[in-house]
Design a binder for this molecule. Structure first.
Ligand SMILES: C[S@@+](CC[C@H](N)C(=O)[O-])C[C@H]1O[C@@H](n2cnc3c(N)ncnc32)[C@H](O)[C@@H]1O
Length: 209
């Protein structure tokens, strides 16, 4: 999977960034984040962006008042992310590392928000379970995890997706509190993405609502 992304970043082909500009997607992400921020004033605490890529969402979180760490495997994506953060005038800590080994990547701990737009659903079940263990180790006791995942399916080299059950299996000690479909019918994305039935999942640790 990392080879696939290295090629795409080298070609400058990042369709997920196009999808992010799409109205319904933007509105949905905004309302998900508004919910986590409701009743608090910035700074909201620390946020971890899993597979931050070119940094679009890390920068959005930082603009909103989160103290953000973004982690990704692909150096080219991270150099774009650093450049964009500079241009946006926000501070983000971008780290080269694997989301299945967050502690080895030294990302820190106590994250109140863990954000995953498009990374974990492309991993194998064993890798997803490793992410679950690592996120549990670095997240705060009251953390929220927001994850976008496509429905399971074979789509050539593209992510194979993950069901709600797959996600719950990977994140032991967490439960899904919300599970909402994203409307990409009008988005400027490749056809397989339109058919992928993306959903946003909100997870909290057991005992938290
Ligand atoms: C679909 S892209 C999404 C990027 C970013 N979240 C966004 O929305 O712009 C998936 C990202 O996950 C990264 N990635 C894939 N597997 C990874 C892993 N095991 N560890 C860290 N990053 C990974 C890729 O390099 C890529 O940047």
């Amino acid at each position: 999977m990392s080879f696939f992304y290295r090629i795409l970043y080298r070609l400058g082909f990042t369709p997920w960034e196009e999808a992010a500009k799409h109205g319904p997607m933007r509105e949905m992400t905004a309302s998900l984040l508004d919910r986590e921020q409701a009743g608090h004033e910035p700074p909201f605490g620390s946020a971890l962006d899993l597979g931050c890529g070119g940094g679009l969402w890390s920068i959005e979180l930082a603009r909103r008042g989160w103290d953000v760490t973004g982690v990704d495997l692909v150096p080219k994506a991270l150099s774009t992310a650093r450049e964009r953060a500079r241009e946006a005038g926000v501070e983000v800590r971008f780290i080269e590392g694997d989301v299945t080994a967050l502690r080895a990547a030294d990302v820190g701990s106590g994250f109140r928000l863990v954000w995953d737009l498009g990374t974990v659903h492309g991993l194998t079940p064993a890798q997803r379970a490793a992410v679950g263990r690592e996120v549990s180790a670095v997240a705060a006791p009251d953390a929220t995890l927001l994850m976008l995942a496509w429905a399971p399916g074979r789509r050539g080299p593209m992510p194979r997706g993950a069901s709600r059950e797959d996600i719950e299996a990977a994140f032991a000690g967490w439960h899904v509190t919300d599970d909402d479909a994203v409307d990409v019918s009008e988005a400027n994305v490749p056809r397989p993405v339109k058919k992928a039935q993306p959903r946003w999942y909100r997870l909290r640790r057991d005992g938290q609502s």
